[in-house]
Structure formats: structure tokens, C-alpha cells
Ligand binder design. Structure first.
Ligand code: BGP
Length: 475
């Protein structure tokens, strides 16, 4: 019983939130680099405040991240010390193609990731690679307007071809796009899209999403052709949607919100646009333009497994019900009176993870992978620099327990678990360093100060034991 012996325990990061070194090794600039910290961040990431370069009135935390660019050997050694079986990382697109449309890849960038993969393999750690964790080269945003253009597919596939070929001996697990549904909520951060005055934003977003869905299917085909052992997954921001009450109007709102969230995965896992999406997009006259052959591409190349992030469940009520709103991973939600909340207002709902695992597995009957889950908190090191993050341990313990129940008692097929931000990194939604997720503390502060020194938190030792006992000892 319990987790299978080959269950993949580990942690996850994204290049733009931890690497830094954005001017090193010939790297080009990307959308994710120019999302500032502070009050303008949300207007920029939602595509309503155009920002294509850095200016002196903002700060840009991704420029330094936690300097993993120079610390990756130390970091991977620490992951190995915790016993990681897998490390989820992403590729900074602009390290490989600085402008996005070069013929030849940047050798320096390829060598950087090759070194990282070598380090992982040295410790028997399986790399799980997100091809695109929100990055879009500024060069392609200027030329094409990001994913609103269909031409993005070719540039993305060029990147994939280089990665699949060059890293054939190192990588088997690939994710095509991080949180593909985020395009609806943070279109600049997720897909390089800024809006023009008066345009139909929903239409632009769904058209861009169609391009990503085609790109994802073609990347899946290519990955299988280049190495039949490759396993390709989609990735979405999950979290079951609860109705605020048993009033059928609330229940219906939950059904519709859930469908919106599953839409992209329905396409990636089943190979076709679900009927509810066809009807609703047609009714709003925003059904994406398709080219001949698109339907067949989607149908023939579904993903091998389904991965997702889970931070919290959501709760919705019928429109105009007057319920108070809660925060949570860039999604709007009604405040669930049965849950506790993090300092950033995100609900804490471990049972929601079991519910989500069951719902996703019921829906697709494909292997699942939890590739993000964790607790963002403002850690305070004591006088010895030690962080006693019992609150984080509590959150993770309860979520792992729920995941275990889904596997053991409900029979969900789960490949692995990579908790988010296994080492402290910059927050995606707020741009803060203060919101930390790691087992490893990094001395880097929001005012830019800090030595980048790494130290082990209490959760480091706890997670090591969890992995050692294959999830049996959670105390
Ligand atoms: C997801 C992203 C991650 C990550 C995480 C935590 O949406 O895939 O990049 O950052 O959320 O969110 P935050 O950093 O906003 O706390």
C-alpha cells in the first residue's frame, strides 16, 4: 500500500523566478523580466499597462532572482541531500533564443542547462522540464504581439526541437506550458499579450490559447518522434470550485467556472474542443480562427499525463449574490467560511487536494502529477539564522496526507509530487521575495539587500524524512 517505490518526490522552480543572471551568457529579455514588483505589477501582468523594457521608476526582482544562475551546483546538492527523486525546472527561452527568432540556438544557454541536467543525473535526480514557464521573448512580443500571433507556434517548436534533440539523453519528462489557463488571468505574464484600446480581450485570449494548444500538440508529437521514451504532460492551475451554497444557482456557477478551468486540459487530454466551449465561444462570436488540419493535430496528439498546481480550492456564488471575495492564485473567489487563510489571503484546504485529484482523474483517466503545491509565508530567521517553519510543515503534511488518501483509498494514479519553490524564490503574483515557499532559505530581501547565502529551514529536515520513508512518516 502507500506510494509506489518509484514515486517521484521532489521540488519545483521556474527559471525567471530564481535564476537571475538575465544579462549573462548572451541571454535576451523576456516578458517575465519586465514585470515589476509593486503596485503596477497587476496592471502589467494582465496586459493593461504595456511594459517592454525596464525603467528607473520600478524594481524588477527577476533580474537577480536568487542567483541560481551562479548557485545551481550548491542548490542541486541540497536537493539531493533531501533525497529528491525529481527536480522540476524550466528553461528560460531567451537563454536559448535571445530574440526568439534566431536560426541557431545560443550555445552558452544550452551548456548552462546541460550542466544543470548533468548535476541532477549525478545525484540520480530525474529532471522534469517545463519548456515554457510563462516566458515569451521580448523580441517576439515586439515583432508579433506574443501568442496572439500564430507564427509563435513555429518559434516555439524550433525551441522544442533544439531541447528534445540536445537533451535527449538527460530528460524524459516534459511539460509544454506552465498553467496554460493562466492566459485568461495574466495574459502578459502568461503569453506576452498587451491589449489595445477597445479590442475584444476575450477574443484575443482564446485565439492565443488556440495557438498554444496547437503548439502543445505539435510539441507532443515531436517529443515522441525524437525519443519514444519521452513523456509529455500538460499543466494547469487546478483547484476544485465549490458552490457557496446548495442553491442551484450557486451550483451552476460552480459548474461553469470549473468548465472554464478545465477547457484547455479537455483539449490537451482528449484531443478536441469540448462542446460547452464550442457553444459558449460561438455564442459570444469569439470562437478562435482555425486552420485546416488543426482539429486533426489536436485529436492525434494528446498528452501522456496531466500535471497541475494546487494551492487552494475556490468557491463561487451566483452573480450579484454579494458574497465577500477571497484571494488565491490570481483567481477571484468567494470567501469560504469553512477555511483558514494564509497571510496572503489564500485559502488552506488540504481535503480540496483530494477532491481535485479525484475529479481530474475521473475526468481524464490518465496519470497525474502534482507539480506545484506549497505555502507562501514571510519567514523570520532567528538569531542563528534558523527558520522554524512549522506552519509550512503543517500545510505540507496535511496536503501530502490528502494526496496519500487519494492514492491509497481512491486509486488515483499519481506519478509524483514536486512542491513549489523548494528553494526560496520571487513570487509570481506579487513579485515579492518576502513570500517564501522554500525548504532552503535564501538571504535575499525585497529592498535588494542580501548575500544569497543558502540555509536549511526546519522543513528541510522534515521533507527529507518524508522522502526517506516514501511518505509514511509525516510527523
Ligand atoms: C503558480 C506559478 C508559479 C508560482 C506559484 C505560486 O501560479 O506557476 O510560478 O509562483 O503559482 O504563486 P506566487 O508566487 O504568486 O505565490
Amino acid at each position: 500500500m502507500g506510494f509506489k517505490d518509484d514515486f517521484l518526490w521532489g521540488g519545483a522552480t521556474a527559471a525567471n523566478q530564481c535564476e537571475g543572471g538575465i544579462y549573462e551568457g548572451g541571454r535576451g529579455l523576456a516578458n517575465v523580466d519586465v514585470c515589476p514588483a509593486g503596485t503596477d505589477r497587476s496592471a502589467v501582468i494582465s496586459g493593461h499597462l504595456p511594459m517592454l523594457s525596464m525603467d528607473s521608476s520600478h524594481t524588477y526582482p527577476a533580474a537577480e532572482g536568487v542567483d541560481m544562475y551562479h548557485h545551481f551546483r550548491e542548490d542541486i546538492r541540497l536537493f539531493a541531500e533531501m533525497g529528491f527523486k525529481v527536480y522540476r525546472l524550466s528553461i528560460a527561452w531567451t537563454r536559448i533564443f535571445p530574440q526568439g527568432d534566431e536560426e541557431e540556438p545560443n550555445e552558452n544557454g544550452l551548456e548552462f542547462y546541460e550542466e544543470m541536467f548533468r548535476e541532477c543525473r549525478r545525484y540520480g535526480i530525474e529532471p522534469l522540464v517545463t519548456i515554457c514557464h510563462f516566458d515569451c521573448p521580448i523580441g517576439l512580443i515586439k515583432k508579433l504581439g506574443g501568442w496572439r500571433s500564430r507564427q509563435m507556434i513555429d518559434f516555439y517548436l524550433h525551441l522544442c526541437e533544439v531541447l528534445f534533440t540536445r537533451f535527449r539523453d538527460y530528460v524524459r519528462y516534459w511539460l509544454t506550458f506552465n498553467e496554460i489557463n493562466m492566459i485568461l488571468h495574466a495574459p502578459f505574464m502568461g503569453a506576452g499579450i498587451s491589449f489595445e484600446e477597445g479590442e475584444n480581450e476575450e477574443q484575443v485570449k482564446y485565439q492565443a490559447a488556440h495557438h498554444e494548444l496547437i503548439a502543445s500538440a505539435l510539441a507532443t508529437r515531436m517529443a515522441h518522434e525524437i525519443n519514444p521514451d519521452n513523456r509529455v504532460g500538460c499543466m494547469f492551475a487546478a483547484g476544485s470550485v465549490y458552490p457557496y451554497s446548495c442553491n442551484p444557482a450557486d451550483v451552476w456557477e460552480a459548474v461553469v467556472t470549473e468548465q472554464e478551468n478545465y477547457f484547455f486540459v479537455d483539449v490537451q487530454a482528449r484531443g478536441y474542443y469540448p462542446s460547452y466551449a464550442v457553444k459558449r465561444l460561438q455564442k459570444k462570436k469569439i470562437f478562435p480562427r482555425m486552420e485546416a488540419g488543426d482539429e486533426e493535430i489536436l485529436r492525434r496528439h494528446p498528452v501522456d499525463f496531466i500535471s497541475f498546481s494546487y494551492y487552494n480550492s475556490r468557491c463561487v456564488a451566483a452573480p450579484d449574490s454579494g458574497q465577500e471575495e477571497a484571494a488565491g492564485n490570481l483567481f477571484k473567489s468567494v470567501k469560504n467560511p469553512y477555511l483558514r487563510f494564509s497571510e496572503w489571503g489564500w485559502p488552506i484546504d488540504p481535503l480540496g487536494l483530494r477532491i481535485t485529484l479525484n475529479q481530474v482523474y475521473d475526468r481524464y483517466q490518465k496519470p497525474l502529477f502534482i507539480v506545484e503545491n506549497g505555502f507562501g509565508a514571510a519567514d523570520e530567521p532567528d538569531e542563528n539564522g534558523y527558520v522554524k517553519d512549522d506552519y509550512r510543515i503543517d500545510y505540507l503534511r496535511e496536503h501530502i496526507r490528502a494526496m496519500k488518501a487519494a492514492v491509497e483509498e481512491d486509486g488515483v494514479e499519481l506519478l509524483g509530487y514536486t512542491s513549489w519553490g523548494c528553494i526560496d524564490l520571487v513570487s509570481a503574483s506579487s513579485g515579492e521575495m518576502r513570500k517564501r515557499y522554500g525548504y532552503i532559505y535564501v538571504d535575499k530581501q525585497d529592498d535588494g539587500s542580501g548575500t544569497y547565502a543558502r540555509s536549511k529551514k526546519k522543513s528541510f529536515y522534515w521533507y527529507k524524512k518524508v522522502i526517506e520513508t516514501n511518505g509514511e512518516d509525516l510527523d
